[in-house]
Write a protein that binds this ligand. Structure first.
Ligand code: NAP
Length: 243
């Protein structure tokens, strides 16, 4: 599919999102850096432009419906197309163990990780539908896997416990991936979930053991899938992840 393509990465001002934006721009794509904060966004874009000039800021707070509508109108007016959407923006703050999870904090987390992701996708779908081969990558986590969480021998069963809302938000993201992929199959729009692995970023106070380069690898692969590539899948860079 490597004709000239335009990609939007949400939450691309730092972390795995910024590295994904850098990689997609290096492949020759027009890259739209989604950022909720103008200053942080401008600073990321300035850094990325040093490597690839075709990088542009789109102000987008995924937890704010008005911001999403403005961003979709902005991208339509300035670029008129979208071929790749990487739903990367997410938070983990406020996630606790299931027995004591604050429901208010859970609502807030879901507002970004789940409802924001769904709303962004819906808002940009009309543009993606104009592309001959659009790709949507939902950045998920193996913590969202119910199969792994139910396996007492798996490390996720232990790690996912204290992060209930975060893990559950990624389970819902995976549900959206599969259902949306099925809905869009006939339109040659592929929708997959990516697990970047445990990456050292602000999200986990840099406790992660992988680099952002390693984390972005599977996202870039799924964003650039050929027409015979998979859809409705969940992958890390070693292959399929159990649901
Ligand atoms: P990060 O460094 O904290 O970056 C998160 C990005 O999301 C930031 O740019 C942040 O912007 C943005 N964001 C948060 N809320 C937003 C909102 N309402 N609107 C727009 N942008 C928003 O985290 P990361 O580790 O790179 O995470 C990227 C993705 O990978 C997430 O989906 C995360 O769940 C997933 N993931 C990460 C790991 C890991 O080990 N790091 C593992 C599995 C999955 P601000 O700078 O404005 O806050």
């Amino acid at each position: 599919m490597m004709q000239h393509t335009t990609a939007l990465v949400t939450g691309a001002n730092k972390g795995i999102g910024r590295e994904t934006a850098r990689r997609l721009a290096a492949l020759g794509m027009t890259v739209l850096v989604g950022a909720r904060d103008r200053e942080r966004g401008e600073s990321a874009v300035a850094g990325l432009r040093a490597g690839s000039p075709d990088v542009h800021l789109v102000i987008l707070d995924v937890a704010d419906e008005a911001s999403i509508a403005r961003a979709a109108a902005d991208v339509t007016a300035r670029f008129g197309r979208l071929d790749v959407l990487v739903n990367n923006a997410a938070i983990s703050a406020g996630s606790g163990p299931p027995s004591t999870q604050s429901v208010a904090a859970m609502r807030e987390l879901f507002a970004t990780n789940v409802f924001g992701l769904v709303a962004v996708t819906q808002a940009f779908l009309p543009l993606l539908e104009r592309s001959p081969a659009a790709r949507i990558v939902n950045v998920s986590s193996s913590l969202g896997s119910l199969e792994l969480a139910a396996d007492p021998d798996d490390v996720n069963a232990r790690q996912g416990g204290p992060l209930f809302s975060y893990a559950a938000s990624k389970t819902v993201v995976n549900a959206f991936t599969v259902r949306l992929a099925n809905e869009l199959r006939a339109k040659n729009i592929k929708v997959n979930s990516a697990c970047p692995g445990y990456v050292a970023t602000d999200l986990n106070k840099h406790r992660g053991v992988r680099t952002v380069q390693q984390g972005a690898e599977i996202i870039v692969r799924l964003a650039t899938l050929a027409d015979d590539g998979p859809t409705a899948g969940f992958f890390d860079d070693a292959g399929p992840v159990r649901w």
